[in-house]
Design a protein around this ligand. Structure first.
Ligand SMILES: NC(=O)c1ccc[n+]([C@@H]2O[C@H](COP(=O)([O-])OP(=O)(O)OC[C@H]3O[C@@H](n4cnc5c(N)ncnc54)[C@H](OP(=O)(O)O)[C@@H]3O)[C@@H](O)[C@H]2O)c1
Length: 315
């Protein structure tokens, strides 16, 4: 399988990768689209005609963002839904409320380095729950809508932080080891890559392709617990550059039929078998390993099913 090389790079913006693209008649759902990279991703997709649904955990934040995007792009087909990824009940509700085909799903929302061990509504470690498990449940819940689109694309926001750790299957929720904020972030971002690998393996027969991205280093609210962005100035990106890789995978004809891969700077990344250290690039081999991806999917499906069973037992 040859690596996808594109005419784009570090400096490319959402406008560059969307030149000549028309998404009229397509529907896109972007999580965390009320701020940062998600907001720019939603704006860019709407700017070329997609009907865009902003998913946000705050009703006001979602409606304000949708209104802002509609005004700035002149596209009236921008709406919002409520979605709290840290609560699997909220995720189930959002998925159940969806109707019609879904052509583009951007699993973008995220949190980083929550300082103290915090648990989600269902008791999972909060970064694993928000960055990965909620998106897993959302993606699985939207499978029929994605299949109905014919050639749907899923984009999973990862990070170079994934290079710091594989998923620790024996203790996904930090019950048996001391909590480490950046370790938990790294694991959640490895899981995000694995979601793309396994969704593609399971669903490519339905025309569904999923890829993972590292958007690069962009100063956003994400760094609120780490004292701001630490990346050297020359390695930082604007929002338009940061959203270029997710938008490319969501919409570019050059990414048609591509799945189960990891991209950065709008190109497929090199695979690493050793940690490249701080501010490194590339994708870790463990993140792309199909056996691990399949196992994580199965474990995650059990976690989501446990919530359904407990709901069924409530009379
Ligand atoms: N910025 C970077 O340098 C960088 C680098 C690598 C990867 N990434 C990844 O890029 C993605 C976007 O990050 P960003 O930089 O744009 O950060 P951001 O501006 O902080 O945006 C994060 C978004 O996620 C939402 N969110 C957080 N918890 C949620 C929950 N429980 N349910 C629903 N939505 C929730 C936030 O909503 P609220 O407004 O309600 O909090 C916000 O809209 C993340 O997955 C991040 O890990 C970013």
């Amino acid at each position: 399988m040859s690596k996808l090389v594109t005419p784009f790079g570090f400096e490319s913006t959402t406008s560059d990768v969307l030149r000549g693209v028309d998404l009229s008649g397509k529907t896109a759902l972007v999580t965390g689209a009320n701020s940062g990279i998600g907001h720019e991703t939603a704006r860019a997709l709407a700017s070329v005609g997609a009907a865009v649904v902003v998913a946000a955990r705050g009703d006001r934040a979602g409606s304000d963002a949708a209104a802002q995007i509609a005004v700035s792009t002149g596209n009236p087909h921008v709406s919002h839904i409520l979605l709290d990824l840290a609560d699997l009940e909220s995720v189930a509700c959002a998925a159940a409320g969806w109707s019609g085909p879904l052509h583009i799903l951007v699993n973008n929302a995220g949190i980083m380095a929550v300082p103290e061990l915090t648990r989600s509504a269902q008791g999972h470690e909060l970064q694993f729950a928000t960055n990965y498990l909620g998106h897993f449940a959302l993606t699985a819940g939207l499978r029929t809508a994605l299949a109905a689109a014919g050639r749907a694309r899923i984009v999973s926001l990862s990070s170079s932080a994934h290079l710091h750790s594989p998923v620790v299957f024996g203790d996904l929720d930090f019950r048996f080891r001391p909590y480490d904020p950046l370790q938990a972030y790294a694991e959640s971002k490895t899981a995000a890559v694995m979601l793309a690998v396994e969704a593609t393996r399971r669903w490519s027969a339905d025309g569904i392709c999923a890829n993972a991205v590292n958007p690069g280093a962009i100063a956003t609210g994400l760094q609120k617990y780490t004292g701001g962005l630490k990346t050297p100035a020359e390695r930082r990106k604007s929002l338009e550059q940061g959203a270029a890789t997710p938008v490319f995978l969501a919409a570019s004809p050059l990414a048609e039929g591509i799945g189960g891969r990891y991209f950065e700077d709008v190109n497929e990344a090199d695979t690493r078998t050793e940690s490249p250290g701080m501010f490194g690039t590339g994708v870790a081999d463990y993140a792309l390993e199909p056996r691990y991806a399949e196992l994580l999917w199965e474990v995650s499906a059990e976690m989501v099913a446990a919530v359904k069973h407990s709901r069924a037992n409530v009379t």
